[in-house]
Design a protein around this ligand. Structure first.
Ligand code: PLP
Length: 386
C-alpha cells in the first residue's frame, strides 16, 4: 500500500503554474524581454577562494593517500570544527551537537524522524512550502498557524509538539526580533514544544534587534534546533551543503539517538562541497561573500524603493532578500501576476503559492540581477504613472 500522505501532496513543484504561464507568454511574444523578480535561486557566482579549495579537494580524491570515502556521516570534522570556531562555539556547543548535511530543504523535514510520528506540527501560512510537503512525505500531518498584521505567525493557543519558525522569512522577508523569539522560547518551554528554526537567510540580517541565532537567547538550547545552509551565503544552491545544531539539552541522550539514526539514513555530505564550505570561513573569502550579500541588499533597496514609488505597500527586504507586496486595486494574487506579465513583462510570484493566507499578495526576490531590477522598476513606475 502506498503512503496515503503522498496523495495529498502537490503533483508538481509549486512554481510549475508560474513557469507554464511564463513559457506560454514567451512563446506568443518571442520579442518581448521578460524580467523575473521571482527568482529564489542565487545569481552571484561562488567566490574564488572557495572555488580554489574545491579544486584542491578534487585533487585529494585522485591519490589514495588523500582520498576521502565513506565515514563522515555527520560531516567531516574539519568543517564541523570550522562551524564551531566561526559560528556556534560562542554559544557553548560542542562538535557532537553539529551535523553537516546536503541542504536545509531535506534537513528541515528529515529532523521529524527524531520525533513521534503523531506529533502535532505547526507551520506558517504563507510558508516555505517544503515544511508541509516534506512532512507529508514522512507521513506527518501539519497544521497552519495564524498571523499578525505583519504576517508573523502568532503564538498558538492550542498545544503543538513541533513548531517551524523561518527567520529571516521566506516568503515574507521579515525576521523575528529578540522579544518575539523570547516569547516563542517561553511558550515552548511551558508547553514542552520544540522549535525548528530555519535560519538559512541569516547572512541578510541588518536590523539591530534581530538576533543572528536563536541561541543568543536564554532557554533556547532546551527547545530549539537551528538550521543553516551554505546555499545562499556561499552560492552553494547547486553544490549542496548545510548544517544544523541539535542541542544536547533538547532531550536526554538526544544526540546519541540522532547519531544512530543518521548513520543509518545518510552517508554524509559531498567531500568537495565540505572543503569549499570550510574555505568560506577564511577572512578573504568572507570579505568577498559579504560583497555578494551587499549586492543583494542593494538590489533589495532598489526594488523596495521602486515598488513604494509605484504606490505599492510592502514588508521585508531589510533582513531577507524577499519582499511581500500587497496587490493593487483589490486584485487576487494571480490577477496581479497576469498584469505584471502581460502589461509589464515582469514575473512576480503569487502569494497564494505559499498558502491561502498569501492571497492578495505577491513575493519579489532580490537574489537576481540589479540592472534588471532597475529596468523592471522603470517599467512598473511608468505603467502606474498612466
Ligand atoms: N529554507 C528556506 C526558507 C528556503 O527558502 C530555502 C531555499 O530557497 C531552503 C531552506 C533550501 O535550502 P538548501 O538549498 O540548503 O536546501
Amino acid at each position: 500500500m502506498l503512503n496515503s500522505y503522498l496523495l495529498e501532496m502537490e503533483d508538481r513543484d509549486l512554481f510549475y503554474n508560474v513557469t507554464q504561464k511564463v513559457n506560454a507568454y514567451k512563446k506568443e511574444h518571442p520579442d518581448e524581454s521578460v524580467i523575473s523578480l521571482g527568482i529564489g535561486d542565487v545569481s552571484r557566482p561562488v567566490v574564488a577562494p572557495v572555488i580554489e579549495a574545491m579544486h584542491r579537494a578534487v585533487d585529494d580524491l585522485a591519490s589514495s593517500a588523500t582520498f576521502h570515502g565513506y565515514g563522515a556521516y555527520y560531516g567531516c570534522d574539519f568543517l564541523r570544527q570550522a562551524i564551531l570556531d566561526n559560528e556556534y562555539g560562542k554559544y557553548g556547543f560542542t562538535m557532537d551537537e553539529i551535523y553537516v548535511s546536503d541542504g536545509t530543504k531535506s534537513d528541515s523535514t528529515n529532523i521529524l524522524e527524531l520525533f513521534d510520528i503523531n506529533s502535532k506540527i505547526l507551520i506558517g501560512n504563507p510558508t516555505y512550502p517544503i515544511y508541509r510537503d516534506g512532512a507529508r512525505a514522512l507521513s506527518r500531518k501539519t497544521y497552519y498557524g495564524k498571523n499578525d498584521e505583519n504576517f508573523k505567525m502568532l503564538i498558538p493557543q492550542e498545544h503543538y509538539d513541533i513548531i517551524y519558525l523561518c527567520s529571516p522569512n521566506n516568503p515574507i522577508g521579515n525576521a523575528y526580533t529578540k522579544e518575539e523569539y523570547e516569547a516563542w522560547i517561553d511558550n515552548a518551554l511551558k508547553n514542552n514544544a520544540v522549535l525548528l528554526v530555519d535560519n538559512v537567510y541569516r547572512p541578510f540580517i541588518q536590523s539591530e534587534n534581530v538576533p543572528d541565532s536563536i541561541y543568543e537567547l536564554p532557554g533556547s538550547k532546551k527547545v530549539a534546533i537551528e538550521f543553516r545552509s551554505f546555499s545562499k551565503q556561499v552560492s552553494f544552491t547547486g553544490v549542496r551543503c548545510s548544517y544544523y545544531v541539535l542541542p544536547d539539552e533538547i532531550a536526554e541522550n538526544v544526540n546519541h539517538y540522532w547519531r544512530k539514526r543518521t548513520i543509518n539514513r545518510f552517508n554524509g555530505a559531498c567531500y568537495v562541497a565540505q572543503r569549499g564550505a570550510e574555505a568560506s570561513f577564511a577572512p578573504e573569502a568572507q570579505k568577498l561573500i559579504r560583497e555578494n550579500i551587499r549586492y543583494y541588499q542593494e538590489n533589495a533597496r532598489v526594488l523596495r524603493e521602486g515598488f513604494l514609488k509605484a504606490g505599492f505597500s510592502l514588508i521585508g527586504g531589510i533582513d531577507a532578500p524577499y519582499m511581500w507586496v500587497k496587490t493593487k486595486d483589490g486584485m487576487s494574487a494571480w490577477e496581479m501576476f497576469d498584469v505584471f506579465l502581460k502589461e509589464m513583462n515582469i514575473i512576480i510570484i503569487p502569494g497564494v503559492i505559499f498558502g491561502e493566507q498569501g492571497e492578495g499578495h505577491f513575493r519579489i526576490s532580490a537574489l537576481g540581477n540589479i540592472d534588471l531590477s532597475r529596468q523592471a522598476i522603470e517599467r512598473i513606475v511608468k505603467y502606474y504613472e498612466k
